[in-house]
Design a protein around this ligand. Structure first.
Ligand SMILES: Cc1cc2nc3c(=O)[nH]c(=O)nc-3n(C[C@H](O)[C@H](O)[C@H](O)COP(=O)(O)OP(=O)(O)OC[C@H]3O[C@@H](n4cnc5c(N)ncnc54)[C@H](O)[C@@H]3O)c2cc1C
Length: 355
């Protein structure tokens, strides 16, 4: 059977799925009117199984733990293919608390991380002064989650697009309105064309699936809005990322070489991608308390995205009722982390359908 495929949606999940399919010898047509301008655009790029540890989610933690090796493998492949480098910054996460109840939350995280057998240790300013650089003197201790890393999603997208071009993936800057399917293959109708292939992957993030797609109904999505603020200031790029509890709220800072800092993230149950003044004010207030040195930093931009969340916050890969189509979504706060693993599911599905 012909190895041809269609990918609908060019966020991190669709782009990586397209890459994996093309690398395995599939012809790929990818459709998206606004490549990587969905949730992927707002993401900080943390690969942070340790920082993301949540009670009752040990299996998710173990899956996320595989993310850094899978990104390293991808990085090597892409370097070989087109000499583009995806850099993985293995710096860990420093988790700190602002007041005494925030410090209790850090202690609880330490206990949970220990239970999950994560690589975690208590650190303080006296023994590791550099680790606390640019952090308020009020904070003098925390915990270090050593397995965490980050990638720059903008750099990843640029390298991936170059890799897709090397692999002759055809990128259509168009929206897919309707999907048609038969036992022998798949067909999409976009703004200007009808296109056919053997298998199709839907990777439209939090957006509704195109008309004509029939799903089991087991997987439903809700958008969870999130914002990151980007500020040009100090450079902590060789030091751990920082997460902080501030009066029960969470913030993080990912510092890139040259002093471009990504501060995140807001989280509210909204499907409207708007930056609200109150949310921005709270994020900046908490960030300035933890990092007083940001006082004079330049606000470069704010980015907003809608995280695709399933009811149990687990990602899914559903083989759809519509023949030869699968739906990959629900990656919620972890789409960058999990994208290489999601791309393998897409390949496995396509291989099985073209056998
Ligand atoms: C503020 C914020 C910070 C985050 N930080 C992190 C982080 O540090 N680490 C991490 O792992 N994850 C993070 N995430 C989560 C991560 O960004 C998402 O899980 C991930 O981007 C989801 O990827 P996706 O490809 O499924 O969706 P998206 O990136 O939203 O992509 C979906 C794409 O589908 C396209 N599309 C929709 N409908 C159609 C159609 N009919 N036809 C064609 N194309 C269509 C859209 O244009 C869009 O480009 C963050 C998210 C937010 C909002």
């Amino acid at each position: 059977m012909s190895k041809s495929s269609i990918v609908v949606g060019g966020g991190i999940i669709g782009l990586l799925s397209a890459y994996r399919l093309a690398q395995a010898g599939f012809s790929v047509d990818l459709f998206d009117p606004h490549i990587a301008k969905g949730a992927t655009y707002a993401a900080a790029g943390m690969l942070a199984p340790g920082g993301e540890i949540t009670s009752g989610e040990q299996s998710q933690y173990l899956v996320q733990l595989k993310s850094t090796p899978s990104w390293e493998l991808l990085s090597r492949e892409i370097k070989e293919l087109c000499n583009e480098k995806i850099q993985i910054h293995k710096v860990g996460t420093l988790l700190v608390g602002w007041d005494s109840s925030d410090k209790r939350l850090v202690q609880q995280h330490l206990e949970l991380a220990t239970e999950f057998k994560a690589r975690v240790s208590h650190v303080d300013h006296d023994a590791h002064p550099q680790m606390f650089e640019f952090i308020s003197p009020r904070i003098s201790e925390g915990i270090l989650l050593s397995d965490d890393a980050w990638v720059d999603p903008d750099q990843v997208i640029s390298s991936l697009l170059s890799a897709l071009s090397h692999l002759s993936v055809v990128v259509h800057h168009e929206s897919v309105h309707e999907v048609v399917s038969s036992k022998s293959g798949v067909e999409v109708r976009s703004d200007s064309r009808t296109h056919t292939a053997t298998v199709g992957i839907i990777a439209t993030g939090s957006s509704a699936v195109p008309a004509g797609i029939k799903a089991s109904g087991e997987n439903v999505l809700r958008p969870v809005r999130g914002m990151t603020v980007r500020m040009q200031g100090f450079d902590r790029s060789t030091l751990p990322m920082v997460r902080a509890f501030v009066r029960g709220r969470k913030i993080y800072l990912v510092s890139r070489p040259g002093g471009y800092n990504v501060i995140g993230a807001s989280s509210d149950e909204s499907g409207t991608p708007a930056i609200e003044a109150g949310e921005l004010q709270r994020l900046l207030r908490d960030a300035l308390e933890v990092f007083p040195a940001l006082e004079t930093a330049e606000v470069v931009e704010t980015r907003i995205g809608l995280r695709p969340a399933s009811p149990d916050h687990e990602p899914f890969f559903e083989e759809l009722v519509t023949p030869n189509w699968a739906w990959s979504s629900g990656h919620y706060r972890h789409g960058v982390t999990l994208a290489p693993l999601a791309s393998l599911q897409a390949l496995e599905f396509a291989n099985e359908r073209t056998r």
